[in-house]
Design a protein around this ligand. Structure first.
Ligand SMILES: [Zn+2]
Length: 452
């Protein structure tokens, strides 16, 4: 061993301080949580929008939030509850399971990617006090394992993890420690004055070992989650290689310099040996391996409209995860080629949307009223799904939204002044109208449609 690598080993041992076993869950100490600042409301950055009237794509960073769309998009009972019927329909390559039918409109739900993998549900007052950025890092530390796992040893597809302070549970002044269904953090290492520690000097208290803090946070989060799932240190403390592709295991202690932020395949084999069911590889967004995707769609006789939330969460062996959210709104189906005649028209149907502030699904009734040169497009009974201790239907921020629209000169399309609402007609006699909603002030994007 060279003197440089010896120095690196010594420094790493000094700062690792990770407890793997013997953590106590019986403490009734309140810890040092009282000094924390309140956590601000959930508020995703304004997404950047691309696309046109029939296909909108909006992308925002989930890096500081760790929003798990599975919590609010997985269980359709809270979103749509018409009368179920068997069957499915494929729209733009996604297969929609039929949820039911209402007023001549059929509703469906589609999922793709790792939507059925093991889910980690963090609980505890401690968790609710943590800044969103830290929750996001820990949540991704969990996903680094659970995207590769389907069920825990008892056959459940969800595990509950209690979170608390290290001082209540960890045997020494650890960065963090993980035990069975418990994750504990040393407050001063992770954040200061209610904000995540992002500088090397504070994270290491003046020691410099030349590795970026964000990588170390990702390493500690994923490593401790390995303990939560039941793995102990693997005895590779002298840096023994376990394969030529990935020289070090995430649960190896003390040598790897914190560059490893995802489990090694052999560690997933170890979990399978403990009774966990393995899933496929990490999603990469390719057609064969899509990102975690949830979608609702509706269709009449001619038009199809819907909305998607895609968690573009990708892992690599040596960098912190990249975590973006994409919202897609789309309208499909043959369009009317004849101009809309004079007269009064009212199409009634639905809006399927996403709250771009919180990534929660939003639904409502849609009414499109046109006469002369224009009219209104209104959405009411707006409802969302909130997750607190489980998913539940809730009123959206606004109970209704209304937009004045104008027919284009060719009377084949209608738009409002700000192009927030853009719609077209479907069917030989304009039997259906459908379009997209992109309101960046009210932070909602989606698609709507209705029948005459
Ligand atoms: Zn450990």
């Amino acid at each position: 061993m060279t003197s440089q690598s010896l120095l690196a080993l010594v420094l790493t041992l000094l700062v690792t301080g990770c407890g793997g076993g013997g953590v106590s869950t019986g403490s009734n100490s309140t810890g040092d949580g009282s000094a924390l600042l309140p956590v601000g409301p959930l508020s995703l950055p304004t997404p950047s929008v691309t696309g046109d009237s029939t296909s909108i794509s909006a992308r925002t960073s989930n890096q500081g939030h760790g929003i798990d769309p599975g919590e609010t998009w997985e269980d359709h009972r809270y979103f749509l509850n018409p009368h179920p019927e068997p069957g499915f329909r494929t729209i733009a390559g996604l297969r929609y399971t039929i949820l039911g039918r209402s007023d001549g409109i059929t509703y469906g739900q589609a999922k793709a990617g790792p939507t059925d993998t093991l889910d980690v549900d963090f609980i505890g007052d401690h968790w609710l006090l943590l800044p969103h950025e830290l929750r996001a890092i820990l949540e991704r530390g969990g996903k680094a394992w659970t995207y590769r796992l389907l069920e825990d040893p008892s056959g459940d597809d969800r595990i509950t993890v209690y979170t608390d302070w290290a001082s209540n549970h960890c045997p020494t002044a650890n960065t963090a420690c993980g035990g069975h269904r418990l994750l504990a953090l040393k407050k001063s290492r992770w954040f200061e004055n209610g904000a995540l520690v992002t500088d090397l000097a504070t994270w290491y208290r003046g020691r410099s070992i030349g590795v970026p803090v964000d990588k170390d946070q990702a390493y500690f989060a994923a490593h401790e989650m390995g303990h939560v799932l039941g793995l102990s240190h693997d005895g590779s403390s002298r840096g023994e290689r376990v394969s030529s592709l990935s020289p070090y295991r995430l649960m190896g202690k003390g040598y790897n310099g914190h560059e490893i932020v995802v489990p090694h395949e052999s560690e997933l084999v170890d979990l399978a040996g403990k009774g966990y069911t393995r899933a496929g590889d990490y999603p990469d967004g390719s057609p064969d391996n899509p990102f975690e995707t949830y979608s609702y769609a509706a269709w009449g006789e001619w038009a199809e409209w819907g909305v998607k939330v895609v968690r573009e969460l990708s892992f690599s062996v040596s960098s912190p995860a990249v975590d973006n959210l994409r919202f897609d709104a789309f309208v499909e189906g043959p369009r009317s080629t004849e101009p809309l005649g004079q007269g009064e028209y009212t199409w009634r149907g639905s809006l399927l949307a996403v709250d771009t502030l919180t990534a929660e699904p939003v639904r409502g009734r849609a009414t499109i009223e046109l006469s002369g040169q224009g009219g209104t497009v209104s959405f009411d009974d707006l409802t969302t799904v909130k997750y607190i201790e489980g998913p539940d239907a809730d009123d959206w921020r606004e109970s209704s939204l209304e937009y004045e629209v104008r027919l284009d000169q060719d009377r084949l399309r209608f738009t409002d002044d700000g192009n927030r609402v853009v719609g077209e007609f479907h069917g030989p006699n304009h039997e259906e109208a459908a379009g997209t909603l992109n309101d960046q002030v009210n932070r909602i994007a989606g698609a709507f449609g209705g029948k005459l």
